[in-house]
Ligand binder design. Sequence first.
Ligand SMILES: N[C@@H](CCC(=O)N[C@@H](CS)C(=O)NCC(=O)O)C(=O)O
Length: 210
Amino acid sequence: MNDSRLCLYVDAQFTSPYGMSCFVALREKCIEFKMNTLDLDTREHQAADYSHLSQTQRVPTLVHEGFALSESSAITEYLEDLFPQTPIYPSNLQQRAKARQVQAWLRSDLLPIRQERSTLVVFYGVKYGALSTCAQSSTQKLVEAAQLLLADSADYLFGQWSIADVELALMLNRLILNGDSLPAQLEDYAERQWQRPSVQEWVKLERPRL
Ligand SMILES: N[C@@H](CCC(=O)N[C@@H](CS)C(=O)NCC(=O)O)C(=O)O
């Protein structure tokens, strides 16, 4: 499907997990779009024009025919409503709600992991030192939740691929790719998710040097 009226604003280093989620959603749906990058280090996202467009001064923002939308999970849900032909959410009502639960949880909790294992680990190969006690507790919580969510099927959270899989894999990979040890089942899951072509496309984007 072609829709050149779509433009996705992401960070110039392509390290935003939220930008990645929207990119993967568009690629999975085979929707043509333009990608504009903003250098967060030079505060391009705080410039007047982007502030006005995004209303949040954060990436990502999607622009569709003059309609601008920020907050990545709002964007992936909007894309699902707009282009339902190739779903990125489960069709079952309760599983769909669970997928949204996972998305909201990954955005609102586990802050110590996000602070101590930035996505520079994932996209630039940066390595950090030992986790604090707080981040160890968050890791334990992440592991327990992921194991419960994957108890019925080791391959995908909800029987078949959904956008929540790539988001969970990203969170796990903050640790795994840093060399922190996680249960083998979760390492295998994250590795499989990472090989998905839409994900690899984002991973392989050309990034500026740090
Ligand atoms: N909840 C937001 C989070 C977006 C977010 O935190 N974006 C970061 C980049 S990963 C950003 O724009 N940071 C710049 C800033 O907050 O000034 C979403 O899901 O889109």
